[in-house]
Design a protein around this ligand. Sequence first.
Ligand code: P6P
Length: 334
Amino acid sequence: MPQRGMTVTEHIILGMRAHPEATGAFAQLLSALVTAAKIISSEVNRAGLTDILGSAGVINVQGEEVQKMDEFAEKTIIRHLVRTGQVCAMVSEETADIIPIPDRYPKGKYILVFDPLDGSSNIDVNVSIGTIFSILKKEGPGNDVTIQDVLQPGRKQVAAGYFIYGSSTMMVYTTGEGAHGFTYMPEAGEFFLSHPDIRTPEEGKIYSVNEGYYNYWEDNMKELVDYIKTPEPGRRTPSDRYIGSLVADFHRNLFKGGLFMYPSNLRDPKMPTGKLRLMCECNPLAFVVEQAGGRATDGKRNILDIEPQEIHQRVPFFIGSPRNVEIVEEFLKD
Ligand code: P6P
């Protein structure tokens, strides 16, 4: 039984002991992600200073000229993951195609799908942002990866989670045995178990959606939000909370209960099915929330059951407390 105060590395090893067949490859993969997040956290937390000090030519921890933060985050994750020799391919929200593993590194059996720094435009106004990750296992033989190896439904994830860089840096992850939260202590350079076995409330009064797009929604979506906002005896008056940073909105609702929505949006013909990406944003958060007792849907199907058709596929996304998500499906199902 994990104890509060245990480090995330100890937690990963504890999980490994529960699987005698484990070789340590998975533990090494997760640990490399944790290392990358520590570096990203340090740079994100001083981004403002970097802006001020930019004229002095700030050099970051890797001895590189400070770059645009999400490019920096992507490079940091790639650098630390390829060195493990445990990945055979990576997909980043920032990069159009599958990222191959350079020949100089051994290839493993895992595929990392990630959003290196979701909401990075919020850095300039000091709003919490995050790294989202999803780990799949290559099912076919050998280490050469095809697009079919990558296009797996969320149900196939072996692990998923996120780091949130906010008033404190936290990691929330699952390997299918509950969802667990760790808080980073920079002085110790460690993430400590602070939220074991997270359970999201059965129903919440918070709803999170960008109502600026109301006039671009389909009618059933307008009816849903009108219903949520209509006071009824016995129904709690809702609170609209929308930060515009997915990880921050999700993280708050995970603990307080409620519903995050990014629906299909007829405003932008380029994004008729919404803005958020199935594989690097929706699937990992859907895995976490389901392990915490919540649910995630595209309005008609469980997010985790959707067979991806391409690596940057966008889907309408509704995620949160089970009762709140059920109401979404009542309004949006065909
Ligand atoms: P909108 C940030 O750019 C992001 O990808 C998510 O973090 C966030 O939930 C969403 O976009 C906000 O989008 O259209 O409401 O500004």
